[in-house]
Design a protein around this ligand. Structure first.
Ligand SMILES: [Zn+2]
Length: 480
């Protein structure tokens, strides 16, 4: 069969009923991580393992060679040749949560869609990739490379699946993951989780002069839950000294009113509790939110506080308040291609009798390196007696836009949809970065709302079919 005559959509159409039914079966396995049923060979529990075995079973029945890598991941392979094309999807899902209109694991067809946890993230697209491979295989098209469908089991938490798998198995020459957006994501920023910590001892060592005249002592301040979210709530506890509790409450209420901020102040026993509300957004784009934590500290600058609180307030206000791009720290970096370095202050914890700690999420484009900006941050921290703890560093991930992986997938997308395939750089992390040379390719088409991780998650049946045809041609074009 000459490739010019392949009608990929027609090939999908022939298998439509089987594809839909098999996707529904796959979605009916509640593949939420459950350590209570974990065992050797099923490290994330029986349910996740059942989903892995189901996917591998469909591939085996289609004549592919399958391998279960100790339940951490598995793969199905066909074709011949030295080079290996990888297609990476995951079988685990996030917990379903409440409020569904149909049972989350019934995988019912409601109108034009299949509704289920995992429908779009990532079992629907995973099944599209399996059927795409089946089509290429069943057409008996000659391939000069091997194709490997790889199934992860722990994408939704810590990616232990991929760590385990790639310590033991071959890294594909190149590949894609159907676990994000069409047309194509070719670049992702570097990601870091840093903790900036000042102990009571480190503060004392500086020997700052003791302040005599103060309004209040800062006892405690808490804001935020996670490094990768903008805090929408913050609370501070003050102990009145030179001003009365009632005066402090009045000053704060005036401030809120004048600044148009939302918060509250209350006297509790001998102390005053101040709260501030912000707007939570994902930490990859902190400028779109309002950080309740740094907003509250910004107010504290108005008061005369004990020396540790004053240093904390001045440090926070200078380097973190409305410093979404690390400008004052001196690490701002704009990149034509990947966008700016971003800084999110995800968690603030101040304890007068303990540590001060910030959980910071810095994401950076490939025009700088961690080694380049980290010493600049460290210097600023040391000036204020903070230590730097590095919780996580992931380097930027990028495939050259001229790489045949990118250009081939762009061409396939355009041929199948008739639309231009613009390529995207993002601040988040897709499963594509688990591959050395990997991009994210679908499954969400431009303009479709993202329903991943939400109630009533769904995949439109027409999009499932369309994605399958795109993946079939993509697999063939990459492996031919
Ligand atoms: Zn996913």
């Amino acid at each position: 069969m000459s490739e010019m005559t392949i009608d990929w959509r027609a090939e999908v159409e022939k298998r439509k009923e089987e594809l839909i039914a098999t996707t529904q079966q796959f979605l009916r396995i509640k593949s939420v991580m459950d350590f209570s049923t974990a065992r050797e060979g099923a490290p994330f529990g029986e349910d996740v393992n059942n989903a892995l075995q189901f996917a591998l079973g469909v591939c085996r029945d289609a004549g592919m060679e399958i391998k279960d890598v100790d339940g951490y991941a598995g793969h199905a392979e066909f074709g011949t040749g030295k080079e290996l094309i990888g297609v990476l999807s995951h079988v685990d899902v996030v917990p379903e949560g409440d409020g569904w209109s149909t049972p989350p694991y019934a995988a019912e067809i409601v109108g034009d869609r299949i509704v289920a946890r995992g429908a779009i993230d990532d079992k629907g697209p995973g099944m599209a990739a399996i059927f795409a491979a089946k089509i290429v295989k069943e057409l008996g098209l000659p391939l000069s490379k091997r194709v490997r469908l790889i199934f992860g089991t722990d994408e939704e938490t810590l990616w232990r699946c991929m760590k385990y798998y790639f310590e033991r198995e071959e890294m594909p020459t190149m590949g894609f993951t159907p676990d994000a957006d069409f047309p194509l994501i070719y670049a992702e920023k570097g990601l870091t989780h840093l903790v900036w910590r000042q102990t009571k001892e480190a503060f004392a060592k500086q020997g700052l002069a003791h302040k005599q005249q103060i309004d209040a002592r800062l006892i405690e301040l808490k804001a935020g839950l996670r490094m990768n979210m903008v805090p929408d709530r913050a609370q501070a506890v003050l102990e009145p000294v030179g001003k009365t509790a009632e005066q402090l409450v009045a000053i704060y209420r005036d401030y809120l009113q004048q600044q148009g901020k939302t918060g509250n102040a209350a006297v509790e026993g001998s102390r005053v509790t101040l709260s501030m509300e912000g707007v939570s957004v994902h930490g990859m784009d902190p400028a779109k939110g309002v950080n309740a934590g740094t907003e509250l500290v910004h107010f504290l600058k108005e008061l005369s506080l004990d020396e540790r609180a004053e240093q904390f307030a001045s440090f926070t206000d200078t380097y973190l308040h409305e410093q979404h791009y690390g400008e004052a720290l001196g690490i701002a970096q704009d990149d034509q291609e990947m966008g700016p370095l971003t800084l999110n202050t995800g968690v603030i914890s101040y304890e007068a009798e303990g540590d001060i700690a910030f959980d910071i999420n810095i994401r950076y484009p490939h025009s700088t390196t961690f080694e380049e900006w980290q010493p600049i941050v460290l210097k600023r921290l040391e000036e204020a007696a903070f230590a730097l703890e590095i919780e996580e560093v992931q380097v930027p991930h990028r495939v050259d836009p001229k790489h045949p992986l990118v250009t081939t997938l762009q061409r396939v997308y355009t041929e199948q949809t008739g639309e231009e395939a613009g390529i995207m750089a993002i601040g988040g992390a897709s499963y594509g970065r688990a591959l050395d040379v990997g991009v994210a390719f679908g499954p969400l088409f431009p303009g479709r709302p993202d329903c991943a991780h939400q109630r009533d998650e769904y995949i439109l049946i027409k999009d499932l079919l369309k994605a399958t045809a795109i993946y079939a041609q993509a697999i063939y074009e990459l492996a031919k």
